[in-house]
Design a protein around this ligand. Structure first.
Ligand SMILES: [Fe+2]
Ligand SMILES: [Fe+2]
Length: 97
């Protein structure tokens, strides 16, 4: 069984990475004048809140089921956000600068 402290550390690192990734992406989208910035930022906020809630739940309970929830979060991020939502700004300056 995986060490709880190690998993807690990974989840905290994932929260930090997620926040910095979204902040950087939003800054670039803002600079490029992306029209759907508010909608995109709301999706980032929703995903960050879900991840923070998951990390806090794990820290308090160490429920092994939360490992599956973390994996599901990452799959959703890639399948729904990166491959669909993020691709909507493919033709903006953010991808050519
Ligand atoms: Fe992204
Ligand atoms: Fe995004």
């Amino acid at each position: 069984m995986a060490d709880k402290a190690a998993i807690n550390g990974l989840l905290r690192a994932l929260v930090d990475h997620t926040r910095s990734h979204f902040q950087r992406e939003e800054l670039l989208l803002k600079k490029s004048g992306y029209a759907n910035l508010d909608e995109h930022m709301a999706l980032h906020q929703e995903m960050t809140e879900k991840l923070v809630a998951l990390q806090q739940r794990y820290e308090q309970s160490s429920d092994p089921e939360l490992g599956d929830d973390a994996l599901e979060f990452l799959c959703t991020w890639f399948d729904e956000h990166v491959l669909e939502v993020d691709r909507r700004y493919k033709k903006t300056d953010i991808c050519t600068s």
